[in-house]
Each structure stands twice: as C-alpha cells, then as structure tokens.
Design a protein around this ligand. Structure first.
Ligand SMILES: Cc1ncc(COP(=O)(O)O)c(C=O)c1O
Length: 468
C-alpha cells in the first residue's frame, strides 16, 4: 500500500479529530462571518505532487488556502436565492453518509434503499401527501423538475401512442406545455429533455400577481380538443413567492387531458404549518411534485425529492437494463427511477433531521422565518427610502428603492447589493419584477432570529445613504 494511504489508515482517529476541531471552529464562527464570499486577490497555483502529502498536511494546506475564505452563507443572515442552512441532526446524518458510503441504487446488498424509502414516507407525512406517491432523492430541485417532466413526456407519448423513451422525440409534433411563472430550471430541464426551452406557452398571470390566470389556461386546454399537454404549476415563485391556485388547476383535470407538475421547491413547505397549508391545497392531486431538501428542510447540499404517482412510467424512462442490476421495478429500486445509477445515500441527513425535530420543529422553522419576513417587510414598507413592490408572501420580500423621484436602475440595485455584501451583514439577490429592478429577501435558515433581521435591517438602512 502507498506510504501515505497506510499512514492515514493507521491514524484515522487523529485525522477525524482534526476535522472535528476545524468543524467546531467554523460552526462557532459561521453566524458572524461575512455572509458573501470575499475571495483572496489570487490563489497561487498548485500542482499534484508525486508522492502526496497525507491527509493531515492536506487539511493544513486546505485551511491555509480555502477555509479562511468560506462565507457565512449557511448562517442566519444570508437571504439570497432561497438558501437554507444545516440543522445539527442533518449535519450528523450527512457526516455519517460519507462514513458508511452506501450505494442507494436498490440492490439488497445494502439497507440504504430502505432508509431512503422510509425517508420518503416521512416526507409524505410532513407534506401531507397520500401514499399513492412514490419518491426518490435527486441532487436538487432542477433535477427533480427534470425527472417530473421526463415522466410527463413519457405520459404524453403514451396518450399519443408513442414510446418516447424507446423512439425518442425525432420528427414528432411537440405537445404544449403551459405555465405562468416557471422557475428557470424548468426551461433548463426542457432543454435537457429534448423538448426545448421554446416549448412553453406562457399563460398570463392574474393582474399584479405571479399566479396563473385559470380562465386563460382553461381556454388553451379547451382549444386542444382532447390532445394531451403538460401544465407546470408553481408553488412559490422566486420573485414574490406567489402560488398558482393548484386546486383550481387540478380541478381542470376532470375535463382536460394534461399532466400536472407542481414545482414546490420551497413553497411546498407551506404544508408544514396549519397557518400556510391552504397555499398548497390541491398539490396532492399533482402527477409529479418537486420539493427541495437543501432549501427549507435545512439539510446540506445536494438533496431534493421528486414525487410521482406514476412509478411504471418513471421506470420506462429511467430503467437501466443490465442483468447484474436486476430488472424489478419497485419504489426502492432506485437505479430504475432517477438519472443516476450509483447513488449517494443522500436521504440520510433528511432522515436524521425529520426524526430529530418532527412536524412541530418544521412548523416552527417555517412560521418563524415567515414572521421575520413579515417584520422586515413592514419596516421596508414604512420607510421613505425603500418601496415594497408586493405584500410579503410567506418567507419572501420583493422591494426596491428610490433614487430621487425615480426608482433605482438595475445597475444601482446591483451596486447597493455589492456594498451590502462587502459589509457582510446581509446577503440579498437582485431581480426584475414586472420590469422594475428589484431586490429579493428570502428567509429559509433554521437559525434566523429577530436579532438577525434587526442587524440586517440596520445594515440595509446604513448602506443605502450613498445610493439615494
Ligand atoms: C421554485 C424553484 N424551483 C427550482 C429551483 C432550483 O433549485 P436547485 O438550485 O436546487 O436545483 C429553485 C431554486 O431556487 C426554485 O426556487
């Protein structure tokens, strides 16, 4: 055995102790670290060495080159994109995932698939979804959208007597895909699936909302005269956290032939709280659902869940025919259900956190995050400098600020956000909402408290002075 492999094997406990020390150091500082990365001017180039240096020296080198520059994005004042942190139990599950290094592809060599299956069952209970849904873990909501739309494509083919998984889409007529405010990853998924970004027919929204106008959607469905289509409903839009009326869309299924995919990447967590559950009413009638775990479930990257009611069709798409893998289609034979063959047991952090904090724990996180968004939204709405563009929905705020009498330009918005990032107290992301350059706040970290949003708000007010 190579010298350093043998040495490291002999001193594994010492290596793990050193990693624990570094983990404790980082986790004790993460709440007060600058929330956005401030990278060193340049990192000197490095080459692979002939002999290697062993794990302990590598850890020292890593700390010198990278550890000091890790941002506080997993901390309580990072409100960019939709970003969760890592609960203590999720962290424990994540570490052990690597320790056990199981392949959750579905063989009976490992108990991993059972654990994944059980985690899916726990998540069904959390989101109050019926047992008719099977699910599997994928790397993020983008992949979950991809899988949901892949099954939708197969379903449309079935209705048209074409097996797309066998024949491909070559030379066939496109079927329409309707949505009002889809996440960019829907377009990316359609591109990867060969259905094309251009396949989406954009349905107008209700005035002053990002939610779909149901009557216009119905008009489009009616015009298809029974031809199959796909509807992508959005539960939690990124700009304003708006929700389509999923129950009303689902009700159209009795009259029209369409697959209903719900992108509930983070909005699905509304189901955790009785206060917000009505926002996702009807989600349990969807054909496929996307929910992200590395957002509001607060598990580490990379984890999301895809749910579907159509296991057989899913296996038609993702089936991986190889004698040594077995052909059995079941909800735990994951090799036939997702794009990956070999799979990390990425359900484990979710299993740990769900067992550790239960339904009440998640209701508390969701409600606290939403209360804090409401508090910050009220301050923004009351101020003369800032302007709330829509009422606060769930955990999201969409606002802008004035430069003199006019609203800030996109460049000015970006300059302000850059300044905030440099100051390091709060991280926000820019957007354009119905043509207006704007700023989003999304609170999804389990650690965030009133104290954090007050620090954030003080920083927002202090740094705006030079931009107005
Ligand atoms: C509604 C929605 N769908 C999909 C995604 C993509 O998620 P991921 O980055 O995990 O692929 C996001 C991410 O913010 C989202 O908000």
């Amino acid at each position: 055995m190579h010298r350093f492999l043998a040495d490291d094997r002999a001193r594994l406990d010492k290596i793990l102790d050193s990693v624990l020390t570094e983990a404790n150091r980082f986790l004790s500082e993460v709440d007060t670290l600058p929330v956005g990365t401030v990278s060193p001017a340049n990192i000197a180039e490095i080459n692979i060495s002939k002999e290697g240096i062993g794990a302990l020296k590598t850890l020292a080198l890593f700390k010198e080159r990278y550890a000091a520059w890790m941002s506080g994005s997993a901390g309580p004042r990072y409100y960019g994109f939709v970003t969760g942190g890592v609960t203590p139990a999720a962290l424990a599950g994540d570490w052990l995932t690597s320790v056990y290094d199981q392949n959750s592809l579905g063989s009976d060599e490992s108990i991993a698939p059972q654990l994944e299956l059980e985690t899916i069952a726990l998540l069904r209970q959390l989101f109050e979804l019926p047992d008719a849904y099977t699910g599997s873990f994928v790397t993020g909501a983008t992949m979950s959208n991809f899988v949901g739309l892949a099954i939708a494509r197969q379903w449309v083919g079935l209705k048209r007597n074409i097996n797309f998984a066998e024949k491909g889409l070559w030379g066939t007529e496109p079927s329409p895909i309707f949505s009002a405010t889809p996440h960019s990853s829907i377009y990316k998924s359609l591109s990867m699936l060969g259905m094309g970004r251009g396949a989406i027919t954009s349905i107008p929204c209700i005035p002053n909302r990002e939610a779909i106008d149901i009557s216009i959607l119905e008009e489009h469905l009616r015009n298809l005269n029974g031809k199959p289509s796909i509807v992508v409903a959005n539960a939690g839009t990124v700009n304003t956290v708006d929700f389509d009326d999923i129950a009303a869309i689902a009700a159209l299924k009795t009259r029209y032939t369409f697959w209903l995919h719900v992108d509930a990447a983070f909005g699905g967590f509304a189901a955790c709280s009785p206060k917000y559950r009505s926002l996702v009413e009807g989600m349990d009638l969807a054909d496929s659902i996307t929910i992200d775990a590395h957002k509001w479930l607060n598990v580490p990257y990379d984890a999301a869940i895809q749910f579907t009611r159509h296991l057989e069709l899913q296996a038609e798409v993702f089936q991986n025919a190889a004698v040594y893998l077995g052909q059995e289609i079941s909800s735990s034979n994951f090799v036939h259900l997702t794009p990956e063959n070999s799979r990390r047991l990425r359900a484990m952090p979710s299993w740990f956190t769900l067992m550790a904090y239960g339904k009440e724990g998640y209701a508390e996180i969701v409600e606290r995050n939403c209360d804090l968004a409401e508090w910050l939204g009220k301050e923004i709405g009351r101020s003369e400098t800032f302007e709330l563009l829509v009422p606060v929905h769930l955990n999201g705020i969409c606002f802008t600020f004035k430069k003199g009498k006019d609203r800030a330009s996109f460049d000015l918005v970006k300059a302000y956000l850059k300044k905030l990032k440099e100051k390091g107290d709060i991280f926000l992301t820019p957007t354009v909402y119905k043509g207006t350059p704007a700023i989003r706040v999304s609170i999804a970290n389990w650690k965030t408290t009133q104290k954090d949003v007050e620090i954030a708000w003080r920083s927002m007010q202090r740094e705006i002075e030079e931009f107005i």
